[in-house]
Write a protein that binds this ligand. Structure first.
Ligand code: MN3
Length: 200
C-alpha cells in the first residue's frame, strides 16, 4: 500500500501565532505531500515497495543509488513525528519519567532547552534538531537534510524542522525566535513521552 500524508491532529489555525495557518498549509499540504508523492513514485516496483517506512529509511541510508528514496522517506518520517508532537497551547515542562530522564541526561530542563536550541540554531543549512533516546539515555543531536536519529540506531522523540520552509513566513531569517517559540508554545510533552514509551 502506498504511503499517505497523515492529517494534522489539529486545525490549521490551532498553532497560530507561533506557527501560522499559511505555514501549515504550505509545509504540510505542499512540502510534506511532495515527499510522500516522490517516495511512492521512487519505490514503485522496487524491492522496497511494501516495506515499513522505518525499514526504508534505515536500509537506504548511505546507499548512493537510493539517495532520493532516503531523502523523501526520511522527510516523510520526520514530518509525521513533527506534526504529532506539537499542540495548541503547548510548551511548558514534561513530567514523570521523561522529566527524570531529562534531568539525568542534561542536569535540568532549562539546560536541556539550551542544548536543544543550540543544536537547532547551529545546524548549518537545512536539517533537524532532535531529542532522541540512545539505549536508555536521552541525547540532543542535529542532522542535515532528511537524516534522523533512526539511522544512528536511536529513537527520535522530538524533532524541530529547521529548513527555511518551516519558519520563513512567520519568522523570516530569525531561526532562534522560531526555536524559542517551538519550545515555549508548541511542544506537546505528553506526545513526546508517548514516543518514549513506544521506543522503550
Ligand atoms: Mn519541512
Amino acid at each position: 500500500m502506498a504511503f499517505e500524508l497523515p492529517e494534522l491532529p489539529y486545525d490549521y489555525e490551532a498553532l497560530s501565532p507561533h506557527m501560522s495557518s499559511e505555514t501549515l498549509h504550505l509545509h504540510h499540504d505542499k512540502h510534506h505531500q511532495t515527499y510522500v508523492t516522490n517516495l511512492n513514485n521512487l519505490i514503485a516496483g522496487t524491492d522496497l515497495e511494501g516495506r515499513s517506512l522505518e525499514e526504508i529509511v534505515t536500509s537506504s541510508y548511505k546507499d548512493p543509488a537510493k539517495a532520493g528514496i532516503f531523502n523523501n522517506a526520511g522527510q516523510h518520517w520526520n514530518h509525521t513525528l513533527f506534526w504529532r508532537t506539537m499542540k495548541k497551547g503547548g510548551g511548558g515542562k514534561p513530567g514523570g519519567e521523561l522529566a527524570r530522564k531529562i534531568d539525568d541526561a542534561f542536569g535540568s530542563f532549562d539546560q536541556f532547552k539550551e542544548k536543544f536550541k543550540e543544536a537547532a540554531v547551529t545546524q548549518f543549512g537545512s536539517g533537524w534538531a532532535w531529542l532522541a533516546l540512545d539505549g536508555d539515555r536521552l541525547k540532543v543531536m542535529k542532522t542535515p537534510n532528511g537524516e534522523n536519529p533512526l539511522v544512528h540506531g536511536m529513537s527520535p522523540l522530538l524533532g524541530i524542522d529547521v529548513w527555511e520552509h518551516a519558519y520563513y513566513l512567520d519568522y523570516q531569517n530569525k531561526r532562534p525566535d522560531y526555536v524559542q517559540a517551538f519550545l515555549n508554545n508548541l511542544v506537546d510533552w505528553d506526545a513526546v513521552e508517548a514516543e518514549m514509551t513506544k521506543a522503550a
